[in-house]
Ligand binder design. Structure first.
Ligand SMILES: [Zn+2]
Length: 136
């Protein structure tokens, strides 16, 4: 984006100088006698060059401002994003961990107990697993 704007600015300057050259060439001629009035020719050319140069400076400074803005935005994003994402991440992992442990313990309490020998889920009413292992 910024480089495009700079290219446009340079092209505008070249075209402006060429345009003012052409304008001066045709505008410098006396319409009646067909003779060249050098004062008018140089005057037209200079005005054309100055106008195109002013436009070039404006376009170029806009591209510089855009460049700076892009840089500032990137800096802001970098400084903003890192601590935020970190805090979000830690909060997320904490909550999910507590949720997991919560659901684990609740299922253990409500549905029964896991046998340490065969891994079968046994109801709380039975204290001995079907494989013969005692709950405690
Ligand atoms: Zn068992």
């Amino acid at each position: 984006m910024k480089s495009q704007c700079k290219i446009i600015a340079i092209v505008e300057l070249i075209l402006g100088i060429l345009g003012s050259f052409i304008l001066a060439k045709s505008g410098g001629l006396n319409a009646y006698t067909g003779e060249r009035n050098w004062t008018t020719t140089i005057f037209i050319f200079l005005i054309g060059v100055i106008v195109s140069y002013v436009f070039f400076v404006v376009l170029y400074s806009i591209s510089e401002i855009m460049d700076n803005q892009e840089y500032i935005m990137k800096q802001l994003e970098q400084t903003d994003a890192t601590p935020e994402s970190r805090s979000v991440k830690s909060v997320g992992s904490n909550s999910s961990a507590s949720l997991l442990s919560g659901t684990k313990s609740s299922t253990m309490d409500e549905e029964g107990w896991l046998c340490t020998k065969c891994g079968r889920l046994n109801p709380n009413s039975s204290s001995i697993c079907s494989c013969g292992k005692h709950r405690f």
